[in-house]
Every structure is written in C-alpha cells, then in structure tokens.
Design a protein around this ligand. Structure first.
Ligand SMILES: NC(=O)C1=CN([C@@H]2O[C@H](COP(=O)(O)OP(=O)(O)OC[C@H]3O[C@@H](n4cnc5c(N)ncnc54)[C@H](O)[C@@H]3O)[C@@H](O)[C@H]2O)C=CC1
Ligand SMILES: O=C([O-])CC(=O)C(=O)O
Length: 272
C-alpha cells in the first residue's frame, strides 16, 4: 500500500447526494488515494460534518481545489462546472465530471486538458453499458438511442417543461415529454439528462444520439434504456435506478464514481 507521500490527492466539489457518498467512501479509504479537500456552497452548514471525517480534508472554495489536489471530483450543479474543471485541467490534473451535460456548453475544456496534459473522466454514472458503447465506437456505430422514464418528481422544474408550459404534476398515464437529440435534451433537462450526453460522448456525438423522455407516474425508479446498432454488435440495455435523497439522481451514480476512483490505482482492474 502506498504511503501518504505517494498517494494521489483527491478533492470533492459539492456535498449533495453524490458528493457526500463519495467523500464517505474516500474517508473510509480507497487504495492509493487520499482525501485532501472538499467544497460546499454553504461551508458553515457542512463544517461540523467535515470536521468529523478522519481524513480531515480542508473545506475550500471550488477555485482553490486545483491548488491542493491531483484529482477533483465535480458533484455540483452544471452552472459551476467550468469554475471547477478549468483550473484543474489547465494545471495538467484530472477532473472527474458528473454534470456531463455542461461539457457541451464548455467543449473547450477538453482542448485545455489536451494542451496541458490534463484529463476529464466521465464515469458511467447513472447509465449502463458505456464500456460496450466505447468499444463499438472504435468501429462504426450506425445508431444510438436513449429512452428515459422518470417518476414525475424527478422531472419537475426542468426548463423544457417550464418553457413549453408542459404540466406533468397530475398526469395519470406515461407522457412522452421530449423527443430529439442528446444536445437538445441536455439543454431542456440539465439536471436529468447527463446520461444522454455521456452516451453521446461515448458513441456518435450529441447531434446524432436520439433521446426520448417520458414522465411516468407508474414507475418509482429512474429508468434508462439504451439501444445501439453498430458494425460489431447490436445491443440494448436497461437500468432501473433507485432514486437517492435527490429524486433526480439515482443511488448508483455515487457508487459508479467510487468504482471509477477505485479503478484508478487498483491492482486488478475489470472492464474497459
Ligand atoms: N453523470 C450522471 O450519471 C449523473 C449526474 N448527475 C449530476 O451530478 C451533479 C450532482 O448531483 P447531485 O449530487 O444529485 O446534486 P445535489 O443537488 O444533491 O448536490 C449538489 C451540491 O453542490 C452544491 N453546490 C452548489 N454550488 C456550489 C459551489 N459553488 N461550490 C460548492 N458546492 C456547490 C450544492 O449546495 C449541493 O450540495 C448534478 O449536476 C447532477 O445533474 C446526477 C445524476 C447522474
Ligand atoms: O437517472 C439518474 O440518476 C440521473 C439522470 O438521469 C442523469 O443525471 O442523467
């Protein structure tokens, strides 16, 4: 096991549904990693909880995370992604990005990472099968589609619903509320369709990846089905996520980040 001098320093930005679980896992110990800092929107609210962690991370503003960590895990709202990720990749470090939709409005972050030897990692998150999609994309993917069904509570307040005056509060049957490209899905549902953007970045891009979104009062889980047709394989997969304390976010998302962090320095690494 590496000693503290050779451990990779990790920071977590955002202490909500995902960030809190990721911090707990890092605090309990992940091979080769050490938790050095966290950021919260209301630091005073979290000071006591952070002080109780055995790794004793610093509580600092997002702009300072790149100074103290080698890897910064973004678990914050999409509007602050740029402030978190840009300083990290500009210093040749690694950013793990959860608010994947924001990458479409900030495509130059990838250029900044490339220019400085940094890296942006997008975990599979709430989705399934990105290992197969990235493998198929080495060949030719003919089509990729995502069909998302969410309970009403997981969709309320989405800009697409507000702008188009679509009411879903009292629906009694499944209602298709969006059909279009992953790019447009990310604009209309920024807190819901990170998975669409992740699928598109793994495969054939945000304009060719098709998305359907259903508000479904008959489901209790955030359900995502992907359908891919390529010159190496045809596959369809579905995941039914149990919502976390944030109804927009599946519980498995934080676990996916923890699995991703474990893989960074693990002696045995499974999957692409
Ligand atoms: N890639 C994927 O598969 C998934 C991505 N997500 C995305 O991940 C992100 C985090 O999701 P959740 O943890 O569920 O959200 P959340 O709303 O539970 O937590 C976000 C936290 O960030 C904090 N925050 C806001 N501004 C901040 C600032 N300037 N500095 C530090 N902290 C700040 C908030 O106070 C809140 O505690 C969201 O953008 C969400 O859309 C969510 C689920 C799946
Ligand atoms: O299903 C989830 O947990 C969240 C989701 O759709 C997303 O953020 O893309």
């Amino acid at each position: 096991m590496a000693d503290s001098k050779t451990k990779t320093r990790v920071a977590v930005a955002g202490l909500g549904a995902i960030g809190t679980d990721v911090v707990k896992a890092l605090d309990q110990g992940i091979e080769g990693l050490t938790l050095v800092a966290v950021s919260a929107n209301s630091p005073d609210k979290h000071r006591g909880w952070v002080a109780g962690l055995k790794s004793a991370p610093q509580l600092v503003p997002i702009e300072q995370l790149a100074d103290v960590a080698d890897i910064v895990v973004e678990c914050a709202p999409s509007k602050v992604v740029r402030s978190i990720v840009a300083p990290v990749v500009a210093r040749g470090k690694t950013a793990v990005v959860l608010s994947v939709g924001a990458l479409l409005q900030n495509e130059d972050l990838v250029d900044i990472a490339r220019a400085h030897g940094g890296q942006i990692i997008v975990p599979t998150g709430a989705l399934i099968g990105l290992d197969a999609v990235t493998a198929a994309a080495i060949g030719t993917i003919h089509s990729a589609k995502l069909v998302t069904r969410k309970p009403v509570a997981g969709l309320l307040g989405a800009p697409h619903l507000v702008e188009n005056n679509i009411r879903i509060d009292d629906i009694t049957e499944p209602l298709r509320i969006f059909e279009g490209s992953a790019r447009d899905a990310a604009k209309g549902f920024p807190a819901n369709l990170n998975v669409a953007v992740a699928l598109s970045l793994a495969g054939i891009g945000p304009d060719r990846t098709r998305v359907e979104i259903w508000a479904d009062p008959t489901v209790t889980r955030n359900t995502h089905r992907i359908e891919v047709d390529s010159d190496s394989a045809r596959f369809s997969m579905m995941i039914e996520n149990i919502p976390s304390e944030n109804p927009k976010t599946g519980r498995i998302t934080a676990l996916s980040v923890i699995a991703c962090l474990r893989k960074l320095r693990a002696s045995l690494r499974i999957g692409t």
